[in-house]
Write a protein of this length. Structure first.
Length: 427
């Protein structure tokens, strides 16, 4: 249960913040946001504000989404012959349209639909009570709402409040806002961690031992954390970096190491272990240097949070470069891997969890900026193309390109998820 709660918190926070970025910039651009949802599946709570945005909490706590008018996939189909009911306002215009069997309008007028235009001309034509003699055309109010089949009530989307009606720079900012908010979240989380810790962890330059690996030569010889290395084979040691240089000379021969423990000197005999990394041999004892807390001023904490955000982004870019150089599914991870990481994090400190979310958030931001049509980066690519040629790409062509990339991306997600499951099961 603890693992599940950590997973929901980690995954939910980075996705909701991402969608919040799209939401805020869409609102500021005059784009109608029909719904801002936290979670997926059937809704368990809803509230509509004065601007017509419906805020919902849904039963599956898995991220969230934003439904912007004119994006296509959120439109309600109103084909001829569809039975529905309408409610009129004081002017006699349609203020509510009900297409759901789960909702009944108190003053609803049953209508068998003949024609509908909820984008430009704003009207409904149909047979009242299903009687052909009662063919009626109703004007639809600009701010009317429509009740979808699952009972969700949202604003209709006239042309002037749709995504494509916004200026190009507004659409670009709205598309970029999701990744931007992920970068901001990363910065805020790193800053929060720095304030909680009082500073930043830094390697102690002395020869103090911070940790000993299990079953390592140091562990078997009885070396312990907080021991201070004084000598290796008669050579004095004052800094931890000197240990590795001395081991290059002794290699894997038995050595005597003098350590200070509780103000007393102790001589230990051990044999360094040979390891090969990137084709090079090196020799280790199985110890880590001590870490100390470097105190930071108020302003230095902000600077350090920015540096950590930049370094995290560079780590992701280097990982992408490595992925392109030699593609492997083992270099990718999806929700299953996040869940597995959440399992390991569930017993860690809150600070560790926040640091993990920060890394994951910048990861999501950068991945969403990749020039793939289904992602924010692909949408920005279409925006740039529109700006260069001074008119948008043909909508049908854009939809086909997006569909093709969606199929490829979904296929990759399925493969990555399956690979994660096999790794999770240890196969």
């Amino acid at each position: 249960m603890k693992t599940l709660l950590v997973f929901i918190f980690v995954f939910g926070l980075i996705v909701v913040i991402h969608e919040l970025g799209h939401f805020i910039f869409a609102k500021r651009s005059g784009i109608l946001v029909r719904e801002f949802a936290i979670g997926m599946g059937p809704k368990i709570f809803s509230h509509r504000d004065k601007s017509g945005t419906l805020y919902t909490i849904r039963i599956l706590p898995m991220g969230g989404y934003v439904r912007m008018a004119g994006m296509g996939e959120e439109e309600v189909a109103l084909p001829p012959g569809k039975p529905l009911s309408v409610e009129l306002n004081d002017k006699g215009d349609v203020s509510r349209i009900n297409t759901s069997h789960k909702v009944t309008l108190t003053n609803g007028i049953p209508l068998e639909l003949l024609e509908a235009d909820l984008e430009d001309k704003l009207y409904l034509k149909g047979y009242v009570n299903g009687e052909e003699a009662n063919e009626t055309t109703y004007t639809v109010d600009h701010d009317a709402t429509i009740i979808e089949e699952d009972g969700t009530e949202v604003r209709i989307a006239p042309r002037d409040v749709q995504f494509q009606s916004a200026k190009l720079y507004q659409r670009m900012l709205t598309n970029f806002a999701g990744p931007l908010f992920n970068f901001i979240l990363t910065f805020v989380l790193f800053l929060l961690v720095l304030f909680m810790q009082g500073g930043v962890a830094a390697n102690d330059t002395s020869s103090l031992i911070g940790g000993v690996q299990a079953d390592s030569p140091a562990d078997k010889a009885g070396m312990k954390p907080d021991d201070r290395i004084l000598e290796i084979e008669g050579t004095k040691v004052t800094q931890f970096a000197e240990v590795g240089k001395l081991l290059e000379k002794t290699k894997d021969k038995p050595i005597n190491v003098v350590v200070e423990r509780e103000k007393a000197e102790k001589t230990l005999t051990l044999t360094p272990k040979k390891v090969t990394e990137n084709g090079k041999d090196r020799y280790i004892l199985g110890i880590q240097g001590a870490v100390r807390l470097k105190k930071l001023s108020f302003g230095e904490k902000f600077k350090e949070a920015a540096v950590q955000t930049k370094n995290s982004a560079l780590t992701i870019f280097n990982a992408l470069k490595d992925l392109i150089a030699g593609f492997s599914l083992d270099k990718l991870g999806g929700p299953v891997m996040i869940y597995q990481a959440s399992s390991e994090l569930s017993n860690q400190s809150f600070v560790t969890i926040l640091s993990f979310i920060a890394m994951l958030s910048v990861n999501l931001g950068i991945m969403n900026l990749l020039p793939i049509p289904m992602l924010d980066g692909g949408k920005l690519l279409f925006n740039i193309f529109e700006g260069i040629r001074r008119k948008p790409l043909n909508q049908e062509i854009e939809m086909k390109i997006t569909l093709a990339s969606a199929i490829l991306l979904i296929g990759l997600i399925v493969l990555v998820t399956w690979n994660d499951i096999m790794r999770f099961l240890g196969r």
